[in-house]
Ligand binder design. Structure first.
Ligand code: ADP
Ligand code: MG
Length: 496
């Protein structure tokens, strides 16, 4: 009982009340609007130069490539125009040596060769006709998902700011990555035009907008995976900083302003870095202090898959090390398992003692567990954390903490999504507000969407209207989504 009482006390620290949710939403809306007005704000609100979203009637064949880290993916997407599509793809690991090549040419010519190989396999006829008589066939428009920080200045123009994830090619810094790819494609003589540079959240938004039922276009594309971020459709005249950006980049010439819309990449992972409204526990504080980027991405550190396991680990460790052994976790001297009484033990090399030792998928398993005496939790504690013979009381405490951390994350997700819904006034303008989501956390964590919805109902300005918000999984934003961005980029240049 003492353990349960202590776990309850800890759980209370993760509670995120309706009042706090509302405070969070007000601050989120304020930061969104600040981000639209000027540059260098805490929510960046980056214009993506995508000025329309698909409605599911689009047709054609488009290419998409994705350079995100470990693998390079090439795919072609055939849009059937009735919300459906078919997709063919290939995937190759990027050779280590190319990640740290001397010149960008080495990496980008490798990428172009993969595109060539893909065309030969899946579009041989088109490829050969073009070779025989250039100009005979149309060029494929290609969407380029490039998951490294770029300063985007047009729909297919973006300068590399820095490499991450083990890549390091100095010579590429400051160069336009679309141009680098186009140059190598051209030197192989491929019928391919790099039409758009794509962020994965925008891909999610587009993919959902194409596939969502009916003709309602989607408002938000949101990722809850390793990290969290969202993109949404904004009215161009609300993007007050656009003129300043245009003046600096010549951007106005690069996009179609006639739609009156601009898709904005919020970069909401950095919402409220100064912690004005975000909930904070000792576990959050310590996680941040020992992270590679203290003080940064504070919203993301409470919401996304990369961090929830680590928050839990710190909470469990603190309960395990509780000074009062009668209260502590995993200290049962005669726990009852399969009619055998045994002492609970935690191996010295348990991941419980290692930073990042618990993966967020662990939380999903425990949250899901409805078995007698939490048998499944007991098993996963043994398998993943090397805890032998955990007692049922231990498992109950672990489950309470898991639930508290997961639910807080979902309620925070509702702050971001609800903030965008309110700031854009969409509930007033449209019958249905559609949101596309992607990422393992929202896909697999049991009840994640329901906790978001519960929080929506507590938000002033949403309440009962929560029913008119539709949330749907938008898988494969980097394939379908990137292809759709190539399509709208093409249409913006040559209106149909
Ligand atoms: P990415 O964000 O890299 O595109 P994912 O959407 O698959 O990839 O997200 C990976 C993150 O999701 C990791 O942080 C991982 O810990 C977490 N994750 C993986 N499986 C699950 C699961 N079943 N439940 C909750 N989180 C998960
Ligand atoms: Mg992803």
């Amino acid at each position: 009982m003492a353990l349960e009482a202590e776990a309850k006390r800890m759980v209370a620290q993760f509670e995120y009340s309706a009042e706090e949710v509302n405070k969070g939403v007000r601050e989120f809306v304020r930061e969104m609007e600040e981000g639209l007005a000027k540059q260098g704000t805490s929510i960046s609100q980056i214009p993506t130069y995508v000025t329309s979203v698909p409605n599911g009637t689009e047709k054609g064949v488009y290419l998409a490539v994705d350079l995100g880290g470990t693998n390079f993916r090439v795919c072609s997407v055939t849009l059937h125009g009735n919300q459906s599509f078919s997709l063919q793809q290939s995937k190759v690991p990027v050779p280590r040596a190319l990640m740290e090549a001397k010149t960008s040419h080495e990496l980008f010519s490798f990428l172009a060769k993969q595109i060539e190989a893909f065309l030969k396999t899946h579009h041989l006829d088109h490829f050969e006709k073009h070779k025989a008589q250039p100009g005979e066939v149309d060029y494929f428009d290609l969407g380029f998902t490039f998951s490294f920080p770029v300063n985007q200045v047009g729909i297919n123009k973006g300068k590399l700011m820095r490499w991450t994830k083990g890549f390091n090619i100095d010579e590429a810094l400051g160069q336009d990555v679309c141009e680098l790819l186009q140059k190598e494609i051209d030197s192989l003589g491929l019928p391919v035009r790099v039409a758009a540079l794509v962020n994965d959240t925008v891909g999610t938004l587009m993919a959902r907008s194409y596939t969502s039922p009916g003709k309602t276009s989607t408002l938000i594309g949101a990722i809850f995976g390793t990290g969290t971020n969202g993109a949404y459709v904004e009215k161009l005249d609300r993007v007050k900083k656009m003129k300043e950006i245009d003046d600096a980049t010549g951007g106005a010439a690069n996009y179609d302003a006639t739609t009156g819309l601009m898709v904005i990449n919020t970069e909401w992972g950095s919402f409220d870095n100064p912690l004005k409204v975000l909930p904070n526990t000792q576990y959050d504080i310590d996680l941040d202090k020992e992270s590679v980027n203290p003080g940064i991405q504070m919203f993301e550190k409470r919401v996304s898959g990369m961090f929830l396991g680590e928050i839990l680990r710190r909470a469990l460790l603190s309960l395990y090390q509780h000074p009062d052994a009668g209260v502590a976790l995993f200290k049962d001297e005669s726990s009852h398992t399969n009619d055998i009484r045994s002492t609970t033990t935690v191996a010295d090399d348990s991941p419980l003692f290692k930073q990042w030792g618990i993966d967020t998928s662990f939380l999903s398993i425990v949250e899901e567990d409805q078995s007698d005496h939490l048998r499944i939790t007991k098993q996963v504690l043994e398998k993943e954390l090397k805890v032998e013979a955990a007692s049922t009381e231990d498992c109950v405490a672990v489950k309470m903490l898991v639930h508290a951390i997961g639910k807080r994350a979902a309620r925070l997700a509702a702050v971001a999504l609800g903030g965008v819904v309110l700031s854009t006034n969409k509930l007033q303008e449209d019958e249905t507000v559609d949101i596309g989501v992607d990422g393992s956390l929202v896909e697999y964590y049991p009840g994640f969407e329901e906790y978001i919805r519960e929080a929506f109902r507590e938000i002033e300005g949403i309440g009962e209207e929560e029913k008119r918000i539709r949330i749907g999984l938008a898988k494969d934003g980097s394939g379908l989504g990137a292809a759709l961005i190539a399509l709208v980029a093409h249409n913006a240049e040559q209106p149909l």
